[in-house]
Design a protein around this ligand. Structure first.
Ligand code: GDP
Ligand code: MN
Length: 395
């Protein structure tokens, strides 16, 4: 799960990570109020108005603007709120901006931007801290063009981050004196925040280092492991469904594991491995999967119906292939569920059902006797041929 920059900064502050001060606002009036409160609290005169969407590259898309007065705060907030912000990381349609972060400008002459991130290195089975003097730019570009400018420190999660690793990293970034001391505190606190929040990514780009030794997070990107959210209700509450694919949100509510893809054959399968195999099958048959959908172990009439609705709300779907292996779940029950669900919804595309395993024959009989336009198949090849025929018939 991703969170907004203002939320990531809130979490970081709790762990003692130094972040640029700021307040979130949903309207220009709120933005002005936030700026006034910041001016009163610490004399802030220059502000930065930052669009809050779950995508980076906002600066490039016009979603980060400097405001040199309260009037400008209103003006810039008014311009950014409600805009359909297009960045290199959004789709071409962009993302609607519903909130802005009103931050205090913390830049000063001689300030330098760094990159600092903690993420999971799956190949090594360790966390890795990445740092670079080339902050403010796309780190992927730095990694591609000048990989030697990215420093990496691997942290064994069973041992934890050791002080010598922090000292070495900060030294290798070329920091000295007060800035080095603040940077060491920053890295240590950042790693703790990453670990204790069950994050899979925590990225600060840019990390600002000023000549007076001040070290501050200007941006904050945080991804949290979905499987750990149950033990972080405060983080789970930060979910912003506006930023997620609406079909995926709806699928999640029915406990369906759905990922939208760009093809024309919808598929509903029990088990992630079989779902992958089914997607291969669809490709072999000359189709392209429209989605990945794992209905899990239960495949009750309710989940099947929810699955059909979600698949069918994708206008690209030209046929549906249901592939169920009856292990614990019995095929006759699944078949009854399919017939019930198909009767409740307006099935506008050919439906091919392959049942295999426990009570498969009984399941096929139920499908056949339902009188519904359902093609059934027992063997994989048979199912593939029927998908091909359905796609050809629809053209
Ligand atoms: P991103 O483009 O989505 O990664 O958003 P960032 O938060 O990284 O902001 C983009 C850029 O805006 C940064 O790289 C900075 O150059 C600039 N910026 C952000 N905050 C400030 C600020 O407080 N003062 C100034 N002068 N520039 C800022
Ligand atoms: Mn950034």
């Amino acid at each position: 799960m991703k969170v907004h920059e203002y939320q990531a900064k809130e979490v970081l502050s709790r762990y003692g990570v130094a972040v640029q001060p700021g307040r979130v606002a949903s309207t220009p009036d709120e933005a002005v109020e936030a700026a006034r409160a910041m001016a009163a609290a610490d004399g802030t005169e220059v502000f930065v108005i930052k669009a809050q969407i779950h995508a980076g590259g906002r600066g490039k898309g016009g979603g980060v603007k400097l405001a040199r007065s309260i009037e400008e705060v209103r003006e810039k907030a008014d311009a950014i709120l409600g805009m359909q912000l297009v960045t290199p990381q959004t789709g071409p349609e962009g993302q609607l901006v519903r909130k802005v972060l009103v931050a205090g400008d913390v830049y000063a002459d001689g300030a330098k931007e760094y990159y600092l991130g903690v993420l999971l290195d799956r190949a090594k089975g360790m966390n890795v801290i990445m740092a670079s003097t080339e902050g403010g730019m796309e780190i992927e570009e730095v990694a591609h063009d000048t990989p030697e400018k990215i420093l990496k420190v691997w942290v064994d999660p069973a041992i934890g981050l050791r002080p010598y690793q922090v000292t070495g990293l900060v030294h290798d970034l070329g920091l000295t004196g007060e800035a080095a001391k603040k940077a060491r505190q920053f890295v240590t606190a950042l790693y703790k925040a990453y670990e204790e929040s069950d994050a899979s990514l925590l990225e600060i780009n840019p990390l600002l280092v000023r000549p007076d030794g001040v070290v501050l997070a200007v941006d904050g990107k945080m991804n949290i492991d979905d499987n750990a959210l149950y033990r972080h209700p405060d983080l789970a509450a930060m979910r912003d469904e506006h930023e997620e694919d609406p079909l995926e949100v709806e699928a999640g509510k029915s406990n369906l594991n759905y990922v939208k893809l760009d093809g024309n054959v919808g598929c509903m399968v029990n088990g992630a491995g079989l779902a992958m195999g089914t997607m291969d099958l669809i490709k072999l048959a000359g189709g392209e999967p429209a989605n990945f959908l794992d209905v899990g172990g239960t495949a009750s009439p309710e989940t099947v119906e929810a699955g059909f609705r979600i698949i069918l709300s994708d206008p690209n779907v030209k046929a549906i292939l249901v592939n169920i292996f009856g292990g614990i779940v019995r095929c006759d029950r699944v078949a009854a569920g399919i017939v019930q669900a198909a009767g409740n919804i307006d099935l506008t595309v050919p439906l091919i059902v392959r049942l295999q395993g426990t009570n498969a024959e009984e399941g096929m009989t139920i499908l056949r006797e339902s009188g519904m336009p359902i093609e059934s198949a027992i063997r994989l090849q048979e199912a593939a041929d029927k998908v091909t025929a359905a796609l050809a018939g629809g053209q």
